[in-house]
Design a protein around this ligand. Structure first.
Ligand SMILES: Nc1ncnc2c1ncn2[C@@H]1O[C@H](COP(=O)(O)OP(=O)(O)OP(=O)(O)O)[C@@H](O)[C@H]1O
Length: 276
């Protein structure tokens, strides 16, 4: 189970490049301050993701989903707030919670010169699995993800779907209890999206280990078909949560897209930016 309490993360962003040459010169001489703005990327997000369930973080571009997931995955320190993974506090740089966390980030970075098998094996060994455990796990994941024909190909030139399968197998090689997926269906076709959905539904089931799964997305259909619990994030904070049915009721809309728009954008100012 993952519990997120009042999470905050601000970034300082450098302002736009000056257009006038004389400003550039003054800035480079230290005679004029660079423009900066404070971006409140995550501004008080709280939610609970249960075991044996898929929790969806749903929000528009820039809502704060990726930043929230990166903090949960201990890839980014928070400014304030708490994250508990199975009761243990997340501390960036510590392996305590990461050993029970499988993370599929939006980057999907694979080593292009390595085969899919070698990519997955490398992570298995990094997580401390024995050579035998790693090979067994690779075979199991390859079977579940139907990627046996890919295993011994170099990942260079892989299609989006092939990259996603390899990155997902790599993220799950150590059989983590908690799974964090940032926009997992990005760039996937209907067949690959459907296969991924089936796999995630299996992972949350008792046979699949009753995993705690958090998925970020901005695709309504995906949420409707996949998520047991939905957290709508807008302007860096969670503005509504519940099941798809509850959110429709809450908004008074039958259509989930209408419900999302009304809950995420009604009366909200998404300009969480302040000059500093
Ligand atoms: N390293 C950073 N430096 C400055 N601003 C950042 C940084 N990372 C994120 N932001 C800003 O924080 C806000 C939230 O970004 P985030 O990537 O979390 O949104 P998101 O909901 O995942 O969006 P998307 O659906 O487009 O991926 C955005 O305004 C983004 O520009």
């Amino acid at each position: 189970m993952i519990v997120v309490e009042d999470l905050n993360k601000h970034f300082i962003r450098q302002g736009a490049q000056a257009t006038a040459d004389w400003r550039q010169v003054l800035r480079s001489l230290g005679l004029m301050k660079k423009q900066q703005e404070l971006v409140k990327a995550v501004n008080g997000v709280s939610f609970r993701a249960e075991d044996g369930a898929i929790t969806g973080l749903l929000g528009a571009n820039g809502a704060g989903k990726t930043t929230t997931l990166r903090m949960i995955a201990a890839l980014l320190p928070s400014d304030s707030g708490n994250i508990l993974v199975d009761g243990a506090a997340v501390t960036p740089g510590s392996y305590a919670t990461q050993s029970q966390m499988g993370v599929l980030s939006d980057a999907r970075g694979l080593y292009p010169r390595l085969t899919a098998r070698e990519n997955i094996r490398y992570y298995g060994r990094l997580h401390g699995l024995s050579a035998e455990q790693t090979e067994q796990r690779i075979e199991q994941l390859a079977q579940w993800l139907e990627m046996q024909p890919l295993l011994d190909r170099r990942t260079e030139g892989f299609s989006q779907g092939e990259r996603m399968k390899t990155a997902l197998a790599r993220a799950l090689v150590h059989d983590p209890k908690n799974i964090i997926l940032d926009e997992p269906t990005n760039g996937l076709d209907v067949v690959a999206t459907r296969a991924l959905r089936e796999f995630l539904l299996f992972l949350k089931s008792p046979q699949g280990g009753g995993k705690c799964i958090i998925v970020s997305t901005h695709i309504m259909q995906e949420v409707e078909r996949l998520c047991d619990h939905v957290v709508i994030v807008a302007g860096g904070r969670n503005v509504a949560e519940g099941t798809v049915t509850q959110l429709k009721q809450l908004s008074g809309h039958q259509d989930f897209e209408d419900a999302f728009v009304s809950l995420a954008f009604a009366g909200q100012s998404h300009q969480h930016k302040e000059a500093v």
